[in-house]
Design a protein around this ligand. Structure first.
Ligand code: MG
Length: 263
């Protein structure tokens, strides 16, 4: 807890799944916690690797749960990837969740020169994975973009395979290294901080992923706080390389710590 004491926190980055909500349910105290952060005048962004729905749909679902936020406060990896694809004239073969296909409207997908993989959930069939592999292996210069590389997440109380596991399979088979867009990629954190006009040492990241959220944030100079909700497992507290600046029971406790540190 000590890292937060005497700190000058002006910005807070929050993971969504496992911190605000678990599956379709708000985690107790989290709606009120966001309200407290807003009342304290802190700048907030929701930094998520969510790729099962568009940003608009995610915002609507969180507002339905009672959270005080706007669509523009939510930062998923997809818009950053779309910018990159356009900039580098990439024509993707998509292995993604059908609900995020609208994010790729206006992108040329003919004659693919890269593969994009996101949390495709039920779309991760053998057939679809094998097709993505075949597209990659037949490219002269294969490029694989992965939207995050989480191992697993908590969905309605059960741990569920995340995109990282499937990305690893494609990397292994095609003998390439994926380019990750999303947490824990440093540029993902830094671009959000620039947009917030907040320095890394004035920012706190709260998440349930010890590597993607806490480690990713600490690598960029932010304070990294782990919550004991969502995918949290007690073994995370003995992680060999990532040591959170604070570990809290839930978002509500994390927010109270931040607000106390400012007094
Ligand atoms: Mg999470």
């Amino acid at each position: 807890m000590s890292a937060l004491e005497n700190s000058r926190v002006t910005g807070v980055l929050l993971d969504v799944s496992g911190v605000l909500k678990d599956g379709e349910t708000a985690i107790p105290g989290s709606v009120e916690a966001i309200r407290k952060l807003r009342e304290a005048g802190l700048t907030i962004r929701f930094l998520t690797n969510e790729t099962q729905m568009t940003r608009r749909k995610l915002a609507a679902s969180l507002i339905d749960l009672g959270f005080c936020l706007q669509e523009r406060d939510i930062i998923p990896p997809c818009p950053a990837l779309v910018t990159l694809l356009k900039r580098e004239n990439m024509r993707p073969h998509l292995l993604v969740h059908p609900d995020i296909l609208p994010e790729f409207d206006g992108i040329d997908k003919s004659n693919p020169n890269c593969v994009v993989v996101s949390d495709a959930a039920d779309n991760f069939t053998y057939e679809n994975l094998n097709e993505a592999f075949r597209v990659l292996i037949n490219m002269e210069k294969p490029r694989l973009f992965s939207l995050g590389r989480g191992k697993y997440y908590s969905d309605n109380g059960g741990l569920t395979l995340d995109v990282g596991a499937f990305t690893a399979a494609l990397e292994y088979a095609a003998d390439i290294k994926a380019e990750v867009i999303g947490k824990p990629q440093p540029e993902f954190f830094m671009s959000v901080l620039r947009d917030m006009r907040v320095e890394p040492q004035e920012a706190v990241m709260i998440g349930d992923d010890i590597v993607g959220d806490v480690g990713g944030a600490q690598n960029c100079g932010l304070t990294g706080v782990l919550v004991r909700t969502g995918k949290y497992r007690s073994s995370d507290e003995k992680h060999p390389t990532v040591h959170p600046d604070a570990i809290v029971d839930d978002l509500a406790q994390g927010v109270d710590l931040i607000l106390k540190s400012r007094k």
